[in-house]
Design a protein around this ligand. Structure first.
Ligand SMILES: *Cc1c(COP(=O)(O)O)cnc(C)c1O
Length: 395
């Protein structure tokens, strides 16, 4: 009798059924509660959610909004960023970071990033400050904080607002302080694959400033303070009660979820970092605009830079650009789903294109990065190791 060919256990980049399946009964209860309440927009569920998130994130004000993108837009609108203004942001990030700036009529000014932590390089940012610069918008990419110390120094020296894009970094820390507590505002996202993954779109705007919080709350509902009295131009940036109720079910499980991801990242570091010719020490982080080793001769594991508490929303390696496709394919053959975040830097996107701008680190990273699944399956690192050996030829 013919034996069935062995099919490798699938390793999806994000395993949502594994995350949400065990909570099914509680989620259904939450759904029924909202259904029977007929309170579908804002209300008690949203207020409860905001209060719990403010506590977890160690901020005075948490404002539930329609998405992470809208949280960014609402922050920029509330800070009165608009036409004629420039906002510094990294070129290597998700589109929404710069798209939100452009939607206010301001100009996103793209800066290069650090080849070690992948975040906004403070030295490059400083070199792009002009009289029109109004704000700086660092992103805590893949779950690792940007260099907030030097970036805040810059902001103070040049009187700039700071808006943190925490969409991938809920729970991450910088010198033991939660990200999102450093700037005037911070934006969080509950897109299903983020650290606190929702069931549709949702976001949160946080701040410690009472005046800014009150204005942002008004702008969330078309700038209204009191019914039919509109003080500002705002939008419909509200969070659904159903989304808040479902997220309230997930909040108690957040710490465990992040601990699992962290353990899985350590599993890779142990199995891939030991006895294999990989680069595990890429040098100093965020130090200068000088870049080094732009094309890695061997794959580079991601690092947690000193003082930054990584939450591993994405576990991202750098490989030689010419080898990335082969590695993606080899992983796919073994049922391991890899992802590329992000294949095109923002200054090369059609709608934001700047042909004269060269940002070497961002451009190289876009061709080199590959993100791997983080799984509680302890056999995964060894499978990835085999793929690396075969596709990239490391021993
Ligand atoms: C996901 C994400 C956003 C946008 O969040 P949405 O909730 O999808 O609108 C913004 N910035 C970064 C870096 C992101 O990863």
């Amino acid at each position: 009798m013919a034996t069935k060919a062995q099919v490798a256990v699938p390793a999806p980049l994000f395993d949502l059924p594994a995350q949400n399946g065990p909570l099914e009964a509680e989620l259904k209860d939450a759904f029924e509660r909202v259904l029977h309440s007929s309170q579908f927009i804002l209300g008690d569920e949203v207020e409860q959610f905001e209060a719990r998130m403010a506590e977890i994130l160690e901020v005075n004000h948490a404002i539930g909004v329609s998405s992470g993108t809208d949280a960014l837009l609402l922050a920029l609108m509330t800070l009165r960023i608009g036409p004629g203004d420039e906002v510094l942001c990294p070129a290597f990030t998700f589109f929404a970071t710069a798209g939100s700036i452009a939607r206010t009529g301001a100009t996103p000014v793209f800066c290069d990033v650090c080849p070690v932590c992948f975040n906004l390089n403070p030295h490059d940012a400083e070199s792009r400050i002009t009289k029109k610069t109004k704000a700086i918008l660092p992103v805590h990419l893949f779950g690792q904080a940007a260099a907030m110390g030097p970036l805040l120094d810059l902001a103070r020296a040049h009187d700039l607002h700071v808006i943190e894009d925490c969409a991938q970094a809920l729970g991450s820390t910088y010198h033991d302080k939660q990200v999102g507590t450093f700037g005037d505002f911070a934006a969080h996202s509950f897109f299903p694959t983020k650290n606190l993954g929702g069931f549709g779109d949702g976001g949160l705007l946080v701040t410690n400033d009472d005046v800014l919080a009150a204005e942002a709350r008004a702008r969330r509902v078309h700038g209204a303070r009191g019914k039919n009295h509109h003080e500002y131009i705002g939008g419909n940036f509200r969070l659904d009660a159903l989304q808040a109720a479902l997220l309230n079910v997930k909040i108690p499980h957040l710490a465990t979820h992040l601990a699992h991801r962290s353990a899985a990242a350590e599993g890779y570091a142990t199995v891939l970092g030991a006895g294999m010719a990989l680069e595990t020490d890429p040098g100093p982080c965020c130090k200068s605009t000088a870049f080094f080793g732009l094309e890695p001769t061997v794959p580079m594991l991601p690092v947690e830079s000193p003082g930054r508490g990584h939450t591993w929303n994405l576990y991202t390696l750098r490989v030689a650009a010419a080898q990335r496709e082969a590695l993606v394919e080899r992983l796919c053959q073994d049922n391991i789903q890899a992802g590329v975040y992000y294949p095109e830097p923002l200054h090369r996107q059609p709608c934001l294109k700047n042909d004269v701008l060269t940002l070497p680190v961002a451009e190289h990273l876009a061709r080199q990065v590959i993100s791997l699944p983080l799984s509680t399956d302890e056999t995964l690192p060894a499978r990835v190791r085999l793929c690396l050996m075969e596709a990239v030829g490391v021993t």
